[in-house]
Design a protein around this ligand. Structure first.
Ligand code: DAH
Length: 339
């Protein structure tokens, strides 16, 4: 019996010592102390021991059992410590490594151009205002001297919500909305999104942006309009920029003009950029039509004013020499971050 016990103890010690994972340790425990374990089996055979020897043998069995338990405990703690150390080592943080950079994107060329235009006009004392993108036909057309059946309505075909409500085709309706409020004088710009049912190509999009300008005061003349836009062009494209006013027609201004600037690429001698002409068209403008003033509650005998409308994408494309408008809408970061 004694030899048997010793053999079990030795075997148990060896197996426990060799356990290098909690599962193996558990296997060893089951193997010796479990219900069908070797020591348990031995305990069951106590009945075969002669009664006088039972207390002694019983004590020996208990001692072996305790030794195994103790060994199990020591190896288990040791194993846990080693596992913990290994884990800590694997999870160690090197605080000297450079931090990951947060990618915060890039301002869109439209935004950069808009902020530039706003900076110029705010510097001249203009206020920046906004109007609705979903607009009444009344403001988008009627109050701007474009009655039903006017051919200009055809040119600016848009998306109709119903017969009275449209997605605005221009930022000009903001003129009427501001004039109607009756607070004079007015010096404002109104940037925003506009819509037309145009097919997408290198120079067209069903949705683009304009910046409207409006000045209403006593004694405003065409000279003020010229001076203002000349100054604007110089600030935007450079001091040496020259400006040309070509007669044009807009229903809500009289007289009206389109403004060209001398090509900032070739200085006006003609290049690929200005298609050889030396000039680049940038905006439409004019003196606010007396009938428009009247419809918006302003006395045309007392007040006069000028207005202009610039395409924001056009400015961005020119300023950053982008040759396809579609690039502005794809929002590819590799493209955007160049500006
Ligand atoms: N709204 C015009 C357009 O979209 C542009 C324009 C022309 C605006 C003359 C004006 C202006 O304020 O005076 O074609």
């Amino acid at each position: 019996m004694k030899e048997k016990l010793e053999a079990i103890l030795n075997e148990a010690m060896e197996r426990i010592e060799a356990s290098d994972a909690p599962e193996k340790l558990n296997e060893a425990r089951v193997n010796f102390l479990g219900k069908k374990g070797k020591l348990t089996a031995l305990k069951k055979s106590m009945k075969d021991v002669v009664p006088e020897d039972r207390p002694k043998v019983g004590q020996m069995v208990n001692e072996v059992s305790e030794k195994i338990e103790k060994k199990l405990e020591v190896v288990r703690t040791d194993l846990e410590r080693k596992l913990r150390e290994k884990k800590l080592e694997a999870e160690v943080i090197d605080v000297t490594l450079p931090a990951k950079k947060n990618v915060i994107g890039h301002r869109h060329p439209n935004t950069i151009a808009l902020e530039e235009v706003e900076r110029i006009f705010v510097g001249m004392g203009y206020e920046v205002v906004e109007g609705p993108e979903i607009e009444l036909d009344l403001y988008n057309f009627e109050k701007l001297n474009i009655p039903a059946n006017h051919p200009a309505k055809d040119e600016q075909d848009t998306f109709y919500i119903n017969s009275d409500i449209v997605l605005r085709t221009q930022t000009s309706p903001v003129q009427a909305r501001v004039m109607e409020q009756g607070k004079l004088p007015i010096r404002m710009i109104a940037p925003g999104r506009v819509f037309r049912s145009d097919e997408v190509d290198a120079t067209h999009s069903p949705s683009f942006h304009q910046i409207e300008g409006l000045v209403i005061d006593k004694h405003i003349t065409f000279a003020d309009l010229k001076g203002t836009l000349e100054e604007f062009a110089k600030e935007l494209f450079g001091e040496e920029t020259r400006t040309k006013f070509r007669p044009h027609h807009f229903p809500f201004t009289e007289p009206s003009a389109e403004v060209d600037v001398s090509c900032f690429k070739c200085g006006g001698t003609g290049c690929r950029f200005c298609k050889g002409s030396g000039w680049i068209e940038i905006l439409g403008c004019g003196m606010v039509h007396p009938h428009v003033l009247e419809m918006c509650g302003i006395d045309p005998d007392e007040y006069t004013g000028f207005a202009f409308g610039v395409g924001l994408e056009r400015i961005a494309l020119l300023k950053y020499e982008i040759d396809d408008m579609r690039l502005l809408y794809e929002n590819d970061y590799r493209f955007l971050k160049q500006f």
